[in-house]
Design a protein around this ligand. Structure first.
Ligand SMILES: [Cu+2]
Length: 114
């Protein structure tokens, strides 16, 4: 019984610093909002530079298409007509990445992570 109590205290001691260091990740995400009409992003391909390690929130509104696809990170999300599609991720990998609308493979955005 005493062993279990010691273990519980040890776990709490480990958990507290972890929770504290996790706090900066909760900062506001970088918002990239794109409206697509008939497979074309309004205002052209959105080019954004993102700080490595930050959270990115892609919001896509489109009247066509089945899914959005972020190349490199290989993230996909189904789109629904009339409902904004939200794709949120942490930009851990540096580089330049294309966001496409499938099945037409239309480029919507270019994200540069550095
Ligand atoms: Cu693609």
């Amino acid at each position: 019984m005493r062993k279990l109590l010691i273990l519980a205290i040890a776990l709490v001691a480990v958990a507290i610093p972890t929770a504290a260091s996790a706090r900066p990740a909760a900062t506001k995400p970088t918002l990239v909002s794109i409206t697509v009409v008939n497979g074309r992003p309004v205002g052209g391909i959105k080019r954004t530079t993102i700080k490595k390690g930050s959270t990115v929130r892609l919001v896509v509104r489109t009247n066509l298409g089945t899914e959005i696809h972020l190349h490199g990170y290989n993230l996909e999300k189904k789109v629904t007509k009339g409902t904004p599609t939200v794709l949120q991720f942490v930009a851990k990998v540096p580089g330049r990445f294309a966001l496409e609308l499938h099945p037409m493979d239309a480029q919507l955005a270019q994200l540069t992570v550095r």
